[in-house]
Design a protein around this ligand. Structure first.
Ligand SMILES: [Zn+2]
Length: 440
């Protein structure tokens, strides 16, 4: 996409000098802290002894304890008012929107919004969509049932606010969705990376080449981390600009990619983003160094979140962005802290496998990584399914090339198991391509 004349959703906020942004964030952080202490029983107890007026500089913020997801769960479970418990900071009758986390890592956490706080979430997503080139001329197709999770709801309402025409395709199955995209000549898609690739596979079975026969020019992805190789492959297959964003039910969507496609801009000054070191989980790390992201939504009031530990491994970019936005940019490269495993003395993240396979092996249509324990040694097996057009005579060469590339990238040796076409499940959301069988 070409840079446009009018390229910012909020031209003033998105180009404020950094000192001004930081001033606003510090002031808003103090306000958020005050609100949390006064209005949420959970924070009243947790932040006992910490006074907002003591936070005078950005450095002072690290004195405030981080909030962990487990604490949120405990503060809701069995507490009144029902569902939201000690986290709720507004009267129940003001709530108008319900969302929850997926609960894949335990009991779900519930996150409501008032009408006003929901409009703020929508406004923030407008900045994300606008940076990704979504305009009022677009017809946006959403191939999902939105369910109880926040991302696509936020995307849906933000696209409407931008003036796009929104086509909700959740009630259809994949072939009918592709047909509908063609029939209405949708120009933009919201997707998960995995489902974006799956749609390509199904479209081709239908005799449709997404690049030539459909009109999708831009796509924004949500729901799971997207390695750069996956993003590039989606661009190639769809003939579209593909953008990433970062969000979650607890903080909402908080960062998005601009047309430079180099990292994701944090939506400042609505969010305060910090990075702490992987070992101590408390020391700040400078730009360019891998760390764990900690986020504070500065304006959302229903359920305050102060220094929420996202457990995502990232780096902050050192350089400023050519798009002119002054916000910091992050690269989401290292997966989840919880997913990092030490295997034979080496830190391994399952996202590395995705990076290699999606980036270098278009012959692969599906894969999964399985970790098992055999006698004393942990064993990593990549189960891989090739496109039916790949003849068995090519398997041997592919197998050794995949093994070699994985070794180079991860420093670990994989066993490669080839599965017959159609033999692997089709993953659509979240990182279920990695199975750790050593814990069963
Ligand atoms: Zn930019």
């Amino acid at each position: 996409m070409k840079p446009e004349e009018n390229k910012y959703w909020n031209p003033i906020m998105e180009t404020l000098p950094r000192e001004r942004l930081l001033d606003i964030e510090l002031k808003r952080f103090r306000e958020a802290l005050r609100w949390a202490k006064e209005s949420s029983p959970f924070y009243k107890q947790k932040l006992h002894g910490i006074e907002p007026e003591d936070i005078r500089t950005m450095e002072d913020i690290s004195k405030v304890p981080m909030t962990e997801k487990d604490e949120l769960r405990a503060a809701q479970e069995g507490k009144e008012p029902y569902l939201y418990g000690d986290l709720l900071a507004v009267p129940s009758e003001r709530l108008s929107v319900y969302h929850q986390t997926s609960g894949t890592t335990g009991k779900p956490v519930f996150f409501p919004d008032t009408y006003e706080s929901w409009q703020l979430c929508v406004e923030i997503w407008c900045a994300i969509l606008y940076a990704a080139g979504f305009r009022s001329t677009d017809r946006v197709f959403l191939p999902f049932v939105y369910n109880v999770y926040i991302a696509f709801w936020q995307g849906h309402y933000a696209a409407e606010k931008l003036g796009c025409e929104v086509v909700p395709g959740g009630g259809l199955e994949t072939k009918a969705r592709i047909q509908k995209i063609r029939d209405v000549r949708a120009t933009a898609l919201m997707n998960t990376p995995t489902y974006g690739l799956h749609m390509v596979e199904v479209a081709k079975e239908m005799g449709i080449d997404p690049k030539k026969d459909l009109h999708i020019k831009k796509m924004i992805c949500a729901g799971e981390p997207m390695p750069e190789s996956t993003r590039l492959r989606l661009e190639e297959e769809w003939g579209a600009d593909v953008y990433d964003h970062i969000g979650g039910t607890e903080p909402g969507g908080w960062a998005g990619m601009c047309f430079q496609k180099q990292g994701m801009h944090v939506i400042e000054p609505y969010y305060l983003h910090e990075m702490v070191d992987l070992e101590t989980m408390s020391k700040p790390v400078p730009p360019g160094v891998r760390g764990v992201a900690v986020i504070t939504p500065l304006c959302r009031r229903c359920i305050p979140l102060i220094r929420f530990n996202l457990k995502d491994v990232m780096t902050v970019r050192k350089d400023s962005c050519a798009c002119g936005r002054t916000s910091i940019r992050v690269d989401q490269i290292g997966g989840r802290v919880d997913d990092l495993r030490k295997i034979r003395g080496v830190f391994f993240s399952p996202s590395v496998v995705e990076e290699v396979i999606r980036g270098q092996f278009p012959e692969v249509v599906e894969f999964e990584t399985v970790l098992t324990q055999e006698e004393v040694m942990p064993v990593l097996t990549l189960r891989v399914e090739f496109d039916p057009s790949i003849g068995e005579s090519q398997y041997k060469e592919l197998r050794s090339r995949i093994k070699e590339k994985l070794k180079i990238r991860s420093n670990l040796t994989f066993d490669i198991e080839i599965i017959k076409p159609g033999g692997l499940p089709r993953y659509t959301l979240k990182s279920s391509r990695f199975k750790d069988l050593t814990k069963q």
